[in-house]
Design a protein around this ligand. Structure first.
Ligand SMILES: C[S@@+](CC[C@H](N)C(=O)[O-])C[C@H]1O[C@@H](n2cnc3c(N)ncnc32)[C@H](O)[C@@H]1O
Length: 282
C-alpha cells in the first residue's frame, strides 16, 4: 500500500501501482546515481524537435492566433513547450530541477520567447503561491509531457494543472510505464521481476474519477523523446536505470546489443478543458 491519500479508487489504484515500482534500498545504494533521476543533457532542445508533431498541434489548436501563454509543468529543457513558439509568446517552465530550468531558460532565451522559470514540485509550488497571496499567473494552455508516471498523487496534480489553464490542458505520456523498457534487464542483472502497470488507461481513469473526460489521441512517439535509444547514450542510461556501476559497462553493452530495451513506440495525448477564466484564487 502507498501512503498516498487519494480521493477516489482510481487515484488510489494509480498510487499503488506506481508504488510497486519501488526499487529495494540495497540495490539503489549500489548505483552511482539515483535510478529515477534524469540526465538534463538528454532533455535539451535540439534539432529533432518537430513543431508539426500532433503533440504540439493539439496544444496549438487551443492557443489564440497570437500572444498565447503556456505553462509547462515538468518542463525539463523545454522540448514540451518551446516548439509552441511563436504561437505562444510567453512560456513559463516549472520543474523540480534547477539544472533542467537552466536549460529551459537558455533555450527560451535563444528563441526569443518571453519566459519565466519556477523551481519546485507541482502542485506544491502552485499551492504555496496561492497561500502566500501571490498566485501563479493563469495561462491559456498548460502542457505536461512525460511527468505523470513520476507522480503518485495524480489527483491534486491534475486538479492544479486544470485550475491554471484558461483554455485547456495537454498532457502527454507513454502508453506504459517508461521504466518497463528495462524489465528484461532487471531480470537479467538483478533477478528482479518488475511490474507492468499502471498504463495510460489508469491515468485516464483518474481523470474520469475527477469528472474530467479527456480527448485521447494515440500518436507515434516523436524522435526527440527517443534519446534513451541513442546508441551513444544507451549504456549510460541503462547503467543509471539499472543501478549498475561503470566497471560493468562492457558487459552491459554486450547484453544490450543482444537484448535491446523494449522502448514504447506510442505516446498518448490527453486533452481537456481548463477551469480558469479568472486570475485566481482557485
Ligand atoms: C521525463 S522529464 C520530461 C521533460 C519534458 N517535459 C520533456 O518532455 O522533454 C520529467 C521532468 O519532470 C520533472 N518533474 C517530475 N516530477 C515533477 C513535479 N512533481 N513537479 C515538477 N517537476 C517535476 C523532472 O525534474 C523532469 O525534468
Amino acid at each position: 500500500m502507498s501512503d498516498t491519500v487519494a480521493l477516489t479508487a482510481a487515484g488510489q489504484r494509480w498510487a499503488e501501482l506506481l508504488a510497486s515500482w519501488a526499487i529495494p534500498d540495497e540495490i539503489v545504494a549500489r548505483g552511482e546515481v539515483p535510478p529515477w533521476s534524469h540526465d538534463p543533457a538528454t532533455f535539451a532542445m535540439d534539432d529533432t524537435a518537430d513543431p508539426s508533431n500532433p503533440i504540439f498541434e493539439l496544444a496549438r489548436e487551443l492557443l489564440p492566433v497570437d500572444g498565447g501563454s503556456v505553462l509547462d509543468v515538468g518542463c525539463g529543457g523545454g522540448r514540451s513547450s518551446l516548439p509552441l513558439f511563436p504561437r505562444a509568446d510567453r512560456i513559463i517552465g516549472v520543474d523540480a530541477s534547477w539544472a533542467m530550468l537552466d536549460q529551459f531558460a537558455a533555450a527560451a532565451q535563444s528563441l526569443g520567447v518571453g519566459h519565466r522559470e519556477i523551481e519546485g514540485r507541482w502542485p506544491d509550488v502552485a499551492i504555496a503561491a496561492e497561500m502566500s497571496g501571490s498566485p501563479l499567473e493563469r495561462v491559456d494552455v498548460v502542457v505536461c509531457h512525460h511527468v505523470f508516471f513520476n507522480v503518485p498523487d495524480l489527483e491534486p496534480f491534475v486538479v492544479a494543472l486544470t485550475a491554471m489553464a484558461r483554455l485547456g490542458v495537454v498532457a502527454v505520456l507513454p502508453r506504459r510505464h517508461p521504466m518497463s523498457a528495462w524489465n528484461a534487464a532487471w531480470k537479467h542483472f538483478w533477478n528482479v521481476d518488475r511490474p507492468l502497470g499502471p498504463t495510460s488507461d489508469e491515468a485516464v481513469a483518474v481523470l474520469n474519477a475527477l469528472g474530467i473526460e479527456p480527448e485521447v489521441f494515440e500518436v507515434p512517439r516523436p524522435a526527440m523523446s527517443r534519446h534513451a535509444e541513442d546508441p551513444a547514450l544507451l549504456v549510460r542510461s541503462a547503467r543509471r536505470r539499472l543501478c549498475l556501476t561503470s566497471d560493468r559497462d562492457d558487459e552491459l553493452a554486450e547484453w544490450l546489443r543482444a537484448n535491446p530495451p523494449d522502448f514504447t513506440r506510442d505516446v498518448v495525448v490527453l486533452r481537456w478543458p481548463g477551469a480558469s477564466d479568472h486570475e485566481g484564487p482557485w
